[in-house]
Each structure stands twice: as C-alpha cells, then as structure tokens.
Ligand binder design. Structure first.
Ligand SMILES: NC(=O)c1ccc[n+]([C@@H]2O[C@H](COP(=O)([O-])OP(=O)(O)OC[C@H]3O[C@@H](n4cnc5c(N)ncnc54)[C@H](OP(=O)(O)O)[C@@H]3O)[C@@H](O)[C@H]2O)c1
Length: 278
C-alpha cells in the first residue's frame, strides 16, 4: 500500500506508477489548468486524461507550466473504440495535443463490441510500446472475458485495468480476478461522482475520524490496494483529496463500507461495458 501521494506501485511487468492519481474527465479550460497545477503542487504525479475528454491540450500545457520535470510525471491517456482502426494515428494525436514524445500510460478506453478490432489495436500499440512511445500499455472497462481473451492471444495479462469502483459498486469479483493475475485496478469515479459522500455510514465514519466523506472513500480504495483517481476542479478539494495518507481505516470499517454494495443496476454510475459504446 502506498504511504504518500507520490509513492509508486510496481506493476507486474516491472514498471512503476504512482499509487494515486488525478482525474480530468468533464473538466476543461482555465479551471482544469488551475486544478492540474494545484494537483502537481500537492504531490499528485499521475494525471489521467483521454482523447474522449477533449482536454489533452489543456492538461499538457498545465503540466509544462507546473515546473515539474517530465520524468517525475506519469501522464496517462486513452484511445476510444472508434479509433481502434487507426491506433497509431490516435496515439500520435494524443502525444501532439499533450506536447509529449511518450506517454507513461495508454489504455484501450472500452472493450467495444468488435473483438477483432480491439485485438488488432492492442497488437499495434504493443509495437508502439516497443518503439518507446508508451511506457505502460493497459486497458479500461474490461471484464473477465475480455481480459482472458487478451491473455489467450498475447500470452500475458494487461498490467492495468481501469474500471468503475466505489463502495456502492465495488466490483469485488472483477477486482479479485485482477488481483489474482497481478493486474492493477485503477478505480474510476472513486467518489461515486459525489453520490457516496451523502451516505450515512460514510458521513458517520467521517465524523468519528475527524475527516471528510471524500477522504473516507479514498482511504477505502487505498486500504483495498486499489488506485483511486479523484477529479475536482476546486483547489480546496484537490488538496482535501490528497490528504489521505495520515490516517487508516480498520479492517472492520473497510468491511462496513464493503457492505454498502448495491446491485449492478443501482450501484453503477457509468454504462455497462457489455453494451457501451455501440
Ligand atoms: N476509464 C473510464 O471509462 C473512466 C470513466 C469515468 C471517469 N474516469 C476517470 O476517473 C476520474 C474520476 O472519476 P469521475 O470524475 O467520474 O468522478 P469522481 O472523481 O468520483 O467524482 C468527481 C465529482 O466529485 C466532486 N468532488 C471531488 N472531490 C470532492 C470533495 N472532496 N468534496 C466534494 N465533492 C468532490 C467533483 O466536483 P468538482 O470538480 O466540482 O470539485 C466531481 O463532481 C475521471 O476524472 C477520469 O479521469 C475514467
């Protein structure tokens, strides 16, 4: 488990990545630029974006202005399924917008409905990794069936799977599967996009521990070996979300939060990877 916001975890191929990240979905313009610079100042080293977010240029510029050396950052972007026929072009476009000559992380954003296209894209991106344009190639929103298919075709498990995880939608089975094969889970919507912060148990723990609901939720991810990437465009919240390394939850408190899990239909905030995008 990471001990501070800049500490790294070791992935199963030997690469390192920060064990905590900063999400950039649904943020743009000057407020995103300010938030990214604040995140870097607070110690966040992994910045999470995607071609789909249409903000890679703003992220890249903010990172250049942060003053931090390139090699200290972990910049991750994602390729959208509609781009799977031309993955090199999509990668080059992300690099151009970000103003970088390599990405630390690059993920297939969703499995999509076409297995052959997805596998071809992964294969072509593996060559880009060998050429030094990607350090860590992974996937996002993959279920066991798609992870297993990649393993069968390429002979190894992807190093990362970025999936929706928060207490009301904990994906325990998929997380166990990933842990079994050494796949690092990155939790997207780690705060349940705000919904979980209203939960009575979360609020009660926050009051007991003198913390905020967001901090309780983020600590839950860390206690479980998950890698959360909270997003906020408010400087105070960016700082609040980073201040989760000076307290712990007990196993009983983690278990109580595990008990909040709802059925898939009620728990998930995002779409079902089996159905989306069409
Ligand atoms: N791979 C995928 O398919 C996928 C899908 C979705 C998201 N993601 C990634 O995961 C990241 C995080 O997920 P998310 O943005 O959906 O949701 P989230 O991080 O769970 O929640 C973000 C929401 O919570 C608010 N918030 C943040 N910190 C707060 C605090 N301390 N107190 C109160 N409210 C707070 C934010 O508002 P303000 O910004 O107004 O503060 C925003 O409305 C994304 O930004 C993106 O990088 C990936």
């Amino acid at each position: 488990m990471v001990e501070n916001i800049s500490a790294t975890v070791k992935l199963h191929d030997g690469a390192d990545m920060p064990g905590f990240g900063f999400g950039c979905y649904k943020a743009s313009g000057p407020e995103l630029a300010l938030a990214v610079r604040e995140a870097v100042a607070c110690g966040y080293r992994y910045i999470d974006t995607a071609s789909y977010y249409h903000n890679e240029d703003t992220v890249g510029e903010a990172l250049r202005h942060s003053g931090l050396a390139r090699e200290k950052l972990f910049v991750l972007s994602k390729i959208w399924p509609a781009e799977y026929d031309e993955p090199v072009r999509a990668l080059d476009q992300s690099l151009r917008l970000l103003g970088l000559d390599y990405l630390d992380g690059y993920l297939l954003h969703w499995p999509g409905q076409d297995n052959a296209r997805r596998l071809r894209a992964f294969e072509q991106l593996l060559r880009q990794k060998e050429a030094g344009k990607i350090r860590v190639l992974g996937v996002s929103n993959f279920l066991e069936v798609q992870l297993s298919e990649l393993h069968d075709v390429f002979g190894f498990w992807p190093v990362i799977n970025q999936i929706e995880v928060h207490p009301l939608f904990s994906q325990a089975g998929l997380c166990r599967f990933c842990a079994q094969w050494g796949i690092q889970v990155i939790s997207w919507s780690p705060l349940g996009r705000g919904r979980e912060m209203e939960n009575a148990l979360v609020r009660g723990l926050a009051a007991d521990l003198g913390r905020t609901p967001a901090q309780i939720l983020l600590r839950w991810h860390l206690e479980k070996g998950l890698l959360p990437i909270p997003k906020s465009v408010h400087v105070q919240r960016v700082r609040e979300n980073a201040a989760v390394f000076d307290f712990r939850l007990t196993p009983e408190q983690v278990e109580a939060l595990d008990g909040l899990h709802l059925s898939d239909d009620q728990g998930r905030m995002g779409p079902d990877p089996l159905l989306y995008p069409r």
